[in-house]
Write a protein that binds this ligand. Sequence first.
Ligand code: BTN
Length: 265
Amino acid sequence: MSSARLTAAALLPRGPLGRLGRPLLLVDQVDSTNAQLLARAAELPDGTVLCAECQSAGRGRLGRRWEAPRGASVLMSVLLREPRESPLPAQATMLAAVAACAAVESATTCSLAVRWPNDLFVQRRKLGGVLVEVITPPGWTGERALVIGIGLNCLQHRGHFPPALAESATSLELEVAAPVDRPAVARELLVALDRWLTVAARRGPELALAWRRRCGDYGARVQLAENGQSYAGTVVDIDEAGNLVVQLAEGGRRQFAAATTTRIS
Ligand code: BTN
């Protein structure tokens, strides 16, 4: 795998960023970019971005691990300080998924679809994911620390994935014929996250509309678990807060929040 390291010169766009990237921290290895920003939330400014070449304890949703060989992925987290009553934490997975789709489409010929709540898919294979974590650091009263983490598989070949994921995971390298410019993917992700944060701050319908356009789930049959109870049904909508609206097989409609729902299939 030939991979130029991510540098600030390659990641920063020509034009100015709004909220993100001051500072832009680039490291070779961390336990997890999300864990680092959460641990240092009290000392780092709003908009801090952290990218790593490699994570020793990358985190996925629901306590899963997120693995990637050194230099193969974009592993990016951003730290935001949000007022306690801000709607952004509830929308952050949706925002990051939409931004990741836009970034991949700007930097490559690949198109992604979102699988609710946080998976980024090409056809039936997972290329990336989003992990949003929120904490209130000790002593903070009016604000919370929101960390949005995104992992995008860029340069992996089939053999880089563990056997259990060999059929279900993919990378840009596997999906597109042209060489993958990983720094360009990272830069476009930074730009798209920054732009969607500006759009979301206006609190209009654009984010939910963009998410719906990207969502590959409409009409899909799903099995979900929430608070120890299982549900089966068909996806009919995603509401503006990013909840999955399901027509239940047993009758009736129900909304499922990403934070409390496990998707079984
Ligand atoms: C998932 O699909 O379960 C979410 C995966 C999120 C992985 C990214 S990689 C950058 C950031 N740091 C982490 O530890 N996790 C996220």
